[in-house]
Design a protein around this ligand. Structure first.
Ligand code: FE
Length: 175
């Protein structure tokens, strides 16, 4: 009698053990995948650092003013506010891919506007109180080029409007 009970208990324990091992494998790999994705997302880009003299050699005076001195081009004067071609917008200073034409929209502001950067890693954001109002500045994550600002009056679902200077961007047509 006792032997039968002990055997049943042993089998039950074994069953629990097997089912635990069986179910824990895919769970562990899912967590691992998530961890790896997080690692890639949080990996820092290698910074591009140059002296102001070096930046001046690479950039036109207008690009330098916008990118290095946080200037703003006049509305409806930049190269890309009307651009509808398919392609990728790079940082004019370091070449990093910043925005895709897939997220570009007509904001009517006279500046190229996007709903999102090409990757969260490609830009970083800082508080800007320079005009007496609180805005969020958007910079290239690799070389700290000033790109523009992000506002929360963009189209749904994200509701964001990345308002960029054409002078900070270099467009590459891609099919
Ligand atoms: Fe850059």
């Amino acid at each position: 009698m006792y032997r039968k009970i002990r055997l049943a208990a042993l089998l039950a324990t074994l069953g629990i053990f097997i089912s635990t091992v069986h179910t824990s494998v895919p769970y562990a790999s899912g967590v691992q995948k998530k961890k790896e994705a997080g690692k890639v997302e949080s990996q820092k880009l290698e910074k591009v650092v140059k002296s102001e003299a070096e930046w001046r050699k690479i950039l036109t005076p207008e690009q330098y003013h916008v990118v290095r001195e946080k200037g703003t081009e006049r509305a409806f004067t930049g190269a890309y506010y009307k651009t509808k071609d398919k392609g990728v917008y790079h940082c004019v200073a370091c070449g990093l891919e910043l925005f895709s034409s897939d997220t570009k929209f007509e904001s009517g502001t006279g500046w190229p506007s996007f709903t999102a950067p090409i990757s969260k890693r490609s830009v970083h954001e800082e508080r800007d109180r320079s005009l007496g109002v609180e805005r969020v500045e958007v910079l290239c994550a690799r070389c700290d080029a000033h790109l523009g600002h992000v506002f929360d009056d963009g189209p749904a679902p994200a509701g964001l409007r990345y308002c960029m200077n054409s002078a900070s961007l270099k467009f590459e047509k891609r099919p």
